[in-house]
Design a protein around this ligand. Sequence first.
Ligand code: FES
Length: 106
Amino acid sequence: MKSLKRTRDITPLPSRNFKITVDDQPVEACEGETVLSVLLAANYARVMENDRKVASGAYCGMGVCHCCQVKINAKHKQRACQTLVEPRMSVETLTNRFKEEGIKHD
Ligand code: FES
């Protein structure tokens, strides 16, 4: 299985690492960092697809804009910038419950 490489870290990861999966690919993470930190380090720019099927990337990085919503552990619309990583966490980007369930906007 292909692993995501963290090529955009500013400082090296500390030694207490574990893995999470992002879009079914394992990637290193460490205690105390956010899901958004992992996504940005792994070179993800587009993380969310809104109900109008428009992709967006994290904007504020502090929980205000809601532009970083991803699916975490099968739960939609979790803010990546406000969620700390946990071992074996599963993150899916560019997902949308409306799209998955075939719900259409008027
Ligand atoms: S980046 Fe703005 S809420 Fe997460």
